[in-house]
Design a protein around this ligand. Structure first.
Ligand code: UT7
Length: 345
């Protein structure tokens, strides 16, 4: 059970009026070339296409090459987003990356991207919020843009979970895929445009259900941590399944309350793609029409902090989001963390 205090409505002073709107001017996404199907996984662990499909909705996922790092995938997503936005990398004021599988523990992957993209003016840092990473990163960047501190910001969700997957653990290795997405935010003086509201929440009590034990100051890397596979992701999926549904539904309601929007005003819900059953249960709990819920989990699996931005980019490319439409992104992940963002395009 998540900390009930985290679900309390917040006072209006928590979201003061901002001088600028933060408009999403461009998006881009990228996944590695190699595809790993459920049939491929049947050869690696004791699993079946039927179990994976019925329990998760996943059919295949993209897996990075041994020499590919997070920034290698992310840089391509960023270039696409910058091109669509018509923003030169040299003009970026800020780069925020949501990731827990950056190129290395430090420097941040945001700094790596700043160098690779050629964005010398940009401040750059990473945000660690598990699968909610992109939502957290977007919310942070929005504050910089809306307050007038940054005119343009690049926000990235990138994860190469395959690099921290225990390929002998069937309860996790079938779930994850690699990928990246990026969005460019621009300051806009027209009110009611772009990001209308954000909602972030966390409950550290649930941290034990989804974590990587070693590689930090608690258990620095050693021969023993490697031998015991402590540099891989551990998840008690069962323990967080219900909270994932309840938390994303809660975030959705908070966003409606903040914006004053009704269900009919929301063109598309884009939830974190961790499990098709979680997505369907969230829509059902909210009584939100399933045809207005975007799902691409079959193709990519759970790309953690990249799921919502990859999905947003695909939904836009598919013509499912038109000018004026309101979209709500929702996510849930390690921390535990959860939250959402309401955007008018
Ligand atoms: O993105 C970050 C947040 N993550 C999530 O939100 C994940 C949330 N959790 C989930 O999506 C689901 O809990 C899972 C997909 C991880 C697991 O589905 P489940 O329906 O909760 O399965 P379970 O863990 O209760 O396992 C049911 C059975 C077990 O066998 P027994 O004990 O009933 O005999 C497992 O050993 O399924 C077995 N099992 C598998 N069987 C075939 C677990 N993994 C597999 C597998 N293939 N890959």
């Amino acid at each position: 059970m998540l900390n009930p205090a985290a679900h309390q409505p917040r006072s209006a002073s928590a979201w003061p009026a901002q001088p600028f709107s933060a408009v999403v001017a461009g998006t881009g996404s990228q996944v590695p070339e190699r595809v790993l199907t459920n049939a491929d996984l049947e050869k690696i662990v004791d699993t079946s296409d039927q179990w994976i499909t019925e329990r998760t909705g996943m059919k295949e996922r993209h897996i990075s090459a041994p020499d590919e790092a997070a920034s290698d995938i992310a840089v391509k997503a960023c270039e696409k987003a910058l091109t669509e936005a018509g923003v030169e990398s040299a003009d970026l004021d800020l780069i925020v990356v949501g990731t827990v599988t950056g190129d290395m523990p430090f420097p941040s992957t945001a700094c790596v991207l700043q160098q690779r993209l050629g964005a010398p003016r940009a401040a750059a840092f990473d945000v660690s919020a598990g699968c909610t990473g992109f939502i957290y990163a977007l919310s942070v960047a929005r504050q910089f843009v809306a307050s007038g501190t940054s005119r343009t910001a690049l926000v990235v969700g990138v994860e190469l979970l395959s690099k921290i997957t225990d390929w002998t653990d069937r309860s996790t290795c079938v779930l994850f895929g690699d990928g990246a997405g990026a969005a460019v935010l621009k300051a806009d003086t027209r009110p009611g445009k772009g990001i209308l509201a954000t909602y972030l929440a966390a409950d550290g009590n649930g941290g034990k259900h989804l974590y990587m034990p070693a590689g930090g100051s608690r258990h620095p890397a050693s021969a023993e941590t490697v031998r015991e596979r402590l540099h891989t992701c551990k998840m008690n999926g069962n323990a967080i399944f219900k909270d994932a549904v309840r938390s994303m539904a809660d975030a959705f309601r908070h966003l409606l309350r903040q914006t004053g929007l009704g269900f009919d005003d929301v063109k598309l819900m884009i939830p974190h793609q961790a499990n098709l059953r979680i997505i369907e249960a969230t829509a059902k709990l909210l009584n939100f029409p399933p045809e207005r819920v975007f799902v691409n989990i079959a193709k990519y699996g759970n790309t953690s902090s990249a799921t919502t931005i990859i999905a947003l980019d695909e939904a836009r490319a598919a013509g499912r989001i038109l000018p004026g439409d309101v979209v709500i992104l929702l996510a849930f992940g390690a921390g535990l963390t959860w939250g959402g963002v309401a955007i008018r395009f």
